[in-house]
Design a protein around this ligand. Sequence first.
Ligand SMILES: Cc1ncc(COP(=O)(O)O)c(C=O)c1O
Length: 395
Amino acid sequence: MALVKRSSAAAAVTSGPIDDIFAALAQRPDVVSFAVGAPDPALLSTELVSSLSLDAIRKYGSTVLQYGMTQGFAPLLDEARNLLRNRHIRCSLDSMHISTGGSGALHNVCSALLDPHDVVLVETPTYGPAVKEFGSHGATVVGVPSDDFGIVPEALEEALARYDVAFVYVLPTFQNPTGRTMPTERREQIAEIVVRRGTSIVEDDVYSDLRYRGVSPPALCSFAPDNTIYITSLSKTLAPAIRVGITVMPPDLLHSVLALKQGIDMQTSTYCQAIAAEFLGSAAGAAHLAHVIDAYSAKLDTLVDAVERHFPQGFRWLEPEGGMFLWVEGPRGFDADALLGTALREGVAFLPGSVFYADGDADHRNTMRLSFANVPRADIDRGIAVLAALCEDTA
Ligand SMILES: Cc1ncc(COP(=O)(O)O)c(C=O)c1O
């Protein structure tokens, strides 16, 4: 019998198939893993972070080791405004806060927006940890049909007519898991619907700086600023361990979010925020980002080339213009979930697409997410050759 009483939130979240896959991978360093959606360790620059850290200490002294404002470290808030302006988001200081990563932002925002039994609409497929977060607040998560460009406007209209919705959660740029990007016109359509219906959007945008080709569409937030809570983070460009996220929202909501954040983690580490401010404001930071983009772009080229050469007929994939993911769909009857065990034995890993569907719908077992950022470039072709051969045998 459990001695410690659990909350209903703890009961609502259980470990899932992704946790099992990562536990298996931890025992198998030999595996070429397209499963992990983390940055390349070779691009996590200890030299850069130590020099940014020294610069921050020289500039701000012991302030960086002190408690600070819950809203965020002022120099970082200033730098963040420039970053947001480049994404066509014009915001005043009273609409921004610095969170402990994008994940912290999501938690803070959900704490302010969600009550048990509220409905959250999500794209299909969508980012799994967000679904877990919504579930931990007692929300019901409903998937809205989506195509290669994101959530389908007509389907969103239908869902909004059917449910009383707390918010719609979308990842318009280099989506996790599909890598797809919502074009400008679709963003305008979604924004128009949301504004007309008086609902809110949570826009999760942690990959948009990793663009390898093409032109960035304006953030969805820029088309519906009064209805959107916008979340971004420096985890994919600087380092996940710095744990810095940036959020924009209507000022009256920010007030509640900050009051709640005081109880959640008081503030995001001042030290990490100072490092992040140096990163965003320095030529060294810009040079690092350019280097990261070059390296991931080369990996994506290698991956696309390998997939084109090795995958059998009947498989299709979405070629992203950035981010970390390539989404593969096999023919009907192909079962990626069943393939994973064999793939691991043969030395290659991926995440079955089914784990990214909020409804756990068995219809999606023919899909896979291939994450390329964390795989050494030299291993990509070999890994894809093995995976493609297994797909050919089972499709
Ligand atoms: C879509 C999405 N949102 C949020 C996060 C969390 O980012 P952070 O490290 O900033 O908490 C991730 C991390 O993989 C992600 O893929």
